[in-house]
Design a protein around this ligand. Sequence first.
Ligand SMILES: [Zn+2]
Length: 411
Amino acid sequence: MSSVIYQINSEKKYNREVKKMLNFTLSNFRDMQFKEVIGHDEVKRKLIQAKKDGRVSHAQLILGPEGTHKLALAIAYAQFLNCENPSENDSCGACSSCIKYQKLSHPDLHFIFPTINAKSNDKPCSDDYMAEWMEYLKKTDCHVSLSDWIHHTWDENKQGVINVKDAHLMIEKINVKNYEAKIKVFIIWMVEKLQHQAAPKLLKTIEEPPENSLILMITENYDKVLSTILSRSQLIKLSKYPDEIVRNELIARYQVPVSKAANITRFVDGNFFHALKASKEESEYDYTKEYADLMRSAFMVVHKKTGLDKLEAWVSGAAKQSRDNQIEFFKYCLNMTRQSMLTNFNEEKLVNLSDEESDFLSKFSPFINEANAMSIAEEINKTILHIERNGNANIVLLDMAFNIGKLLRKM
Ligand SMILES: [Zn+2]
């Protein structure tokens, strides 16, 4: 297994945990050329054309929903712009600049991202967590989500922030001469998390970055990005992935079996981050069977006063699943609620079910109808929220099963 030592660049004075960061092993990071970034062909074409035309804007804002590989696209773009031997449509992947990019160790590539105040650590900034960040990118092939990053690093469900210190450090770094790159790149991930106090410091830099530098900002929430930043940057908009791309990429790139890929695609709504997570679940938790068992036993317990043992067995089985798998399962339940309604309305074109699902819903779908569908969906969403907040799974799931049981009835 090839591995490289990631060395934080020479701005040692900024880092409080230099020791930890200097000897950080990074192995087998997926090369982030354009061809490794899933989909977005039209956007890639425009980015490539901008370089050819010599009109690369110095501050760009990449906007797209979660699970659209925005960060990978930003890295691939930066790598392409700095490549010593690019082809018509991609970086070479082999020159000295590309190799440093692949290791994420290029001294002229910088990341700024949200961090949180851990109790023992006073006002951390991105540099303090650079080693964890690199490891996270490596582990996920740059398929990243903000809540997952925070939870992965701090085991917390707080909102992260990009703070004044991050802004200060970025301004210092951007005003130092480039070490070696044609273009020094700053990638600000989730710029909507930039604290209001930090923004004024950055605005001048974003408006007029020093020559040979580029600021790539990434966001999932356009409305929460400060208007002063929006007005100073060029917008690159990414659409969510079509189901076809999600399914095909799971099969081709991640060797997910065809039927599993088709199942996952049905409930991730184009979010490749979720698709990949669901595909990596080791357990053979059969969502369709578990959904049918839950609905049957919840109904029986509430309306026929029987089968409490079956419901309790279901709850204890579900509570043993990983948190991620529980959340994916309840997203699947939301989709099945919707599919039940579509089945009731004979919307055959919109109904998208496997044979097993279709078999179950042919009898069960009348129990979900206009009178209760919204309340059932709310109940499921509430359950997801409780699980995300680390609620006691046994209590949360039993409570949900009773509430759904009460709601289930034929019109
Ligand atoms: Zn190259």
